[in-house]
Design a protein around this ligand. Structure first.
Ligand SMILES: Nc1ncnc2c1ncn2[C@@H]1O[C@H](COP(=O)(O)OP(=O)(O)OP(=O)(O)O)[C@@H](O)[C@H]1O
Ligand SMILES: [Mg+2]
Length: 508
């Protein structure tokens, strides 16, 4: 019989207007992988922030026992000292620094206590990168890695300290299937070495695959704790406890078929990145029909985001060649604003960095990209802004105490919904969604899919970039596979399978 390494008893944590945790009791056995699941805003991240001292002792009520000792962490260093390591939902690396600088930031290696031993640092970094299965040069700048690879750097960073309890808050949200699997294997490997792990994820299949025990939170309360060995951890059971009702069909039916008209076409499209000194896109050709949901599958780093950005006013300053047609007319967008005026919108995969202004409130973020609509001669009409914000908070079921809440304080999934609302309000003809359901719970995913179906029914065309193949297959009319900055293949969804897509995605 194993013993609890962690016991959290009667934890209650309130924010202005929100009871995020309401008398939560949570216990983790030594050496297990413990899944923590629940809808967006259920309180998962908050519980882990209480545990790790991000929310210091005194700002919550209840008790934390780690290895049997009562703990009152006042900051994150204190929890690190006893062997707790947390990897946040929102990545926290310094983009301008190299991989090795990030990993050893604050824990610099030095033989004499004065001068940092860079050779040793780079050597140790290479070992850590190998341990997490990341094949990049330690001297690469973090900003030059995709979010997927950045996540692995985060994990390497946590592993290099001797953690006893590793907390991962949605570690695979940004990873493709292969990278996710590597990570899960890595956790199983760590379990063999006695590391205890708490895994928060919306990908229920992952929990089912690796977790020994799963705790479900709903509205700040513990709903139940399920035991995998006893056969209690099934997808149906998890969904039922999370949402409080059964969801049988994850992808809503769509009767509507796309029209013949082509609304967007890209011909012989290449993009050279002066910063990287290479082509990120080579001779891409594709088209999008009116009322179509077009799926873009591919591995993380395959060029899908670069393709979208190069179309969406080219904010990263690639040198472009080739032709872009919108509504049959050849266009050149010098800036995202040009693209928006032509009816093209782009939901970024990187909501924290590019998608939201975190210190502004929900209503300002929702109306951000279409202020004209709610302004009279350049002055924002506050009542109009409030009405629009209320509409989207309601239709997207955004969980927030008010539309005046700063977006920074929303749960990850609800931040994502604010982003979706922002682009819906632009009322685009062409909507590019880059990983639209990342970090979104099963119930809310269904809502976003339903919205996508409604949009195409109204004649809007959608490009959906997704690293989750079931989602690509479940939602697209047609699929392009991107690989190595090229289009590796195209097929109607009726002819597509996961194997076919993966074959093309890895073939360059
Ligand atoms: N710093 C804060 N200030 C105000 N409210 C907060 C703050 N942090 C969290 N909340 C609120 O507490 C609740 C729980 O949020 P939390 O981030 O723990 O959810 P979560 O279960 O991690 O959701 P997700 O799956 O979307 O990440 C939400 O209603 C959120 O808006
Ligand atoms: Mg969270």
């Amino acid at each position: 019989m194993s013993t609890p390494i962690l016991e959290m008893k009667n934890i209650t944590k309130t924010f202005p207007g929100v009871k995020a945790l309401d008398d939560v009791t949570f216990s983790v056995q030594e050496g297990e992988i413990h899944g923590l699941v629940g809808e967006n805003g259920a309180g998962k991240s908050t519980l882990m922030k209480v545990l790790s001292g991000v929310h210091p002792h005194g700002t919550y009520t209840g008790e934390i026992l780690f290895e049997g000792d009562l703990q009152k962490f006042h900051n994150i260093s204190e929890s690190e000292e006893v062997g707790i390591g947390i990897i946040y939902q929102e990545l926290a690396l310094v983009p301008e620094m190299t991989v090795y600088e990030n990993i050893f930031l604050g824990h610099e290696l030095s033989s004499n206590g004065l001068v940092v031993d860079w050779n040793e640092t780079i050597k140790r970094t290479a070992e850590l990168l190998e341990r997490v299965g990341l094949d990049v040069n330690p001297s690469t700048k973090v900003r030059d890695l995709g979010v997927g690879k950045q996540q692995l750097v985060e994990i390497a960073k946590a592993l290099h300290r001797d953690v006893k309890l590793l907390i991962l808050d949605e570690p695979t949200a940004a990873l493709n299937e292969d990278d996710s699997q590597n990570l899960l294997d890595l956790l199983k490997e760590q379990r063999k070495h006695g590391v205890t792990c708490i895994l928060i994820t919306h990908k229920l299949k992952e929990v089912i695959q690796v977790a020994d025990t799963v705790t479900v939170l709903r509205d700040g309360q513990t709903v139940c704790t399920l035991d995998a060995e006893a056969g209690e951890v099934t997808e149906q059971a998890l969904i039922k406890h999370m949402v409080g009702r059964e969801i049988t069909n994850i992808y809503p039916e769509r009767e509507h078929a796309p029209a013949e008209d082509i609304v967007l076409e890209v011909r012989n499209w290449s993009a050279y990145s002066p910063r990287l000194g290479r082509n990120v896109l080579t001779d891409v050709n594709f088209n999008l029909h009116k009322g179509e949901i077009l799926g873009f599958a591919g591995l993380v780093g395959s060029g899908r985001t670069e393709l979208s950005l190069s179309i969406f006013g080219n904010p990263d300053g690639y040198r472009l060649s080739g032709d872009l047609f919108v509504g049959g007319k050849k266009v050149e967008f010098g800036h995202p604003g040009d693209a928006i005026r032509s009816g093209v919108a782009y939901l970024t995969e990187d909501r924290k960095d590019k998608g939201l202004i975190l210190i502004q409130d929900v209503k300002q973020n929702i109306t951000l990209a279409n202020l004209d609509e709610i302004s009279e001669r350049g002055v924002v009409d506050n009542n109009a802004e409030i009405k629009v914000a209320h509409d989207y908070v309601e239709s997207l079921d955004i969980k927030t105490p008010s539309i005046e809440q700063e977006v920074e304080n929303l749960s990850g999934g609800n931040q994502q919904k604010v982003c979706v609302g922002k682009w819906l309000f632009v009322k685009p003809n062409i909507l590019i969604l880059d990983e639209p359901t990342r970090g979104i719970d099963v119930g809310a995913k269904y809502e976003i899919y339903t919205i996508m179906n409604e949009l195409v029914k109204e004649g809007i065309s959608v490009i959906m970039i997704s690293s989750e193949l079931p989602e690509v297959l479940g939602m697209s009319d047609r699929i392009y596979v991107v690989s190595g900055g090229r289009i590796a293949g195209e097929m109607p969804t009726s002819e597509a399978t996961q194997e076919k897509i993966m074959d093309l995605a890895t073939d360059y």
